[in-house]
Design a binder for this molecule. Structure first.
Ligand SMILES: Cc1cc2nc3c(=O)[nH]c(=O)nc-3n(C[C@H](O)[C@H](O)[C@H](O)COP(=O)(O)O)c2cc1C
Length: 361
């Protein structure tokens, strides 16, 4: 039997090109996953100019914190005109709080509001939020409906397949959410109980695609190469994909995947020099937006992700893990550039290309 895939139904947007979420038209079918502690404004500003990325999201935001304007919440929702289009992700079990926070987000730069129904972390689930909502699908659908009614922008939901393998609720819940007015569903193809173990279940995502009538389903999980994105779209019929961890290692994944989906070819890998320049750009956004102390602590945390796509650089990583000033940052980057791109550096740089999208964290 030939199944008509939803993205093929959408005649105005050829496969591989854009994606529509409610009244929002996205330029590509590729979205950045929220990754708590990572996908903040400095990172989003760093990776958007590389291309291919249609929609970025904030990390999960607590509506109570937002309504109290806590420092942490305000940092999470911080945005600027170069950071569009932006989705703000909210989590929580209380419909009124979510609705109020969603209205605030709509007035402060969000063109989409996402509700988190996938976070498996104890701290979140203990509050009956995140993936704990999958244990009460009817309640989850009512919650989403309340948020949909509260705002004019599209409301989306990001979920997992179910709480555990004995309760795969995602297909039925997705259908209910569509009836409640939700404009798109993202599904990470694992259960909450799985956390990040095993591999992503494409059949599970396909069942969610089959369950909805016309809203797009975004597939998510384990995309590390453009070919993985295409395989997920082909095997499940999902309209687009969301990429998380690979974007931290290799922010060019969106450019490369978009090129692959539209032309069948992946552009040449970024050079070592381009990767070092990107790290510097990230640091400079951090410095401008967060100040020197936080810029250094963030870079200490990010260096091992970026380094997975560089030639071996153990000493550089050690030095960066102790970073305490911007002066030190520039010295470390210069030293690494000399090591990798200096007199005999070309050989190392070429080896670096060989590590492209293989190693991993
Ligand atoms: C450290 C970490 C933090 C995350 N934080 C969030 C979050 O705030 N909101 C959310 O919806 N998902 C969050 N996720 C899940 C990712 O968005 C994504 O669904 C998951 O990593 C699978 O995609 P990937 O294999 O492309 O990384 C997080 C994942 C990790 C590893």
């Amino acid at each position: 039997m030939i199944r008509v895939l939803p993205h093929e139904k959408d005649a105005s947007l050829p496969q591989g090109q854009g994606l529509r979420i409610g009244r929002m038209e996205l330029a590509t079918r590729l979205l950045l996953s929220p990754i708590a502690g990572y996908c903040d404004l400095p990172f989003r500003l760093t990776i958007r100019p590389l291309g291919g990325l249609a929609l970025a999201s904030t990390d999960l935001v607590n509506p109570r914190g937002l309504m109290r304007r806590t420092w942490k919440s305000m940092q999470l929702v911080e945005t600027d005109p170069d950071d569009q289009p932006l989705c703000i992700q909210l989590y929580g079990p209380h419909a009124d709080e979510l609705a109020e926070a969603a209205r605030w987000c709509q007035d402060h730069g969000a063109c989409i509001i996402d509700i988190n129904m996938g976070c498996p972390v104890d701290k979140v689930c203990k509050k009956d939020a995140g993936s704990a909502l999958l244990r009460d699908p009817a309640g989850a659908a009512r919650l989403a409906e309340r948020v949909v009614r509260a705002v004019d922008v599209p409301v989306t939901v990001k979920m997992r397949l179910g709480w555990d393998e004995t309760s795969i609720v995602a297909p039925a819940l997705a259908a209910d959410l569509e009836r409640a007015g939700v404009a798109a569903i993202t599904v990470h193809g694992r259960t909450a109980a799985q956390k990040f173990s095993g591999s992503v279940c494409l059949d599970g995502i396909a069942r969610v695609v089959e369950a909805v009538r016309s809203i797009p389903v975004i597939g998510n999980g384990d995309i590390r190469r453009p070919e993985d994105a295409k395989a997920m779209m082909d095997r499940t019929g999902c309209a687009g994909v969301m990429i998380g961890r690979e974007a931290l290692r290799d922010p060019w994944i969106f450019r490369d995947t978009h090129a692959f989906l539209t032309t069948g070819r992946v552009p040449p890998a970024p050079t070592v020099e381009e990767r070092l320049t990107l790290m510097t750009r990230h640091f400079e956004h951090l410095l401008r937006i967060r100040g020197e102390r936080l810029a250094c602590s963030t870079m200490r945390q990010r260096v091992s992700w970026y380094a997975t796509r560089l030639p071996p650089c153990k000493r550089f990583k050690e030095r960066m893990r102790m970073l305490s000033s911007s002066a030190e940052f520039y010295v470390n980057m210069h030293t690494l550039a000399m090591e990798l791109l200096g007199r005999d550096g070309r050989r190392h740089a070429e080896e670096g290309q060989g590590t492209q999208r293989r190693g991993g964290q």
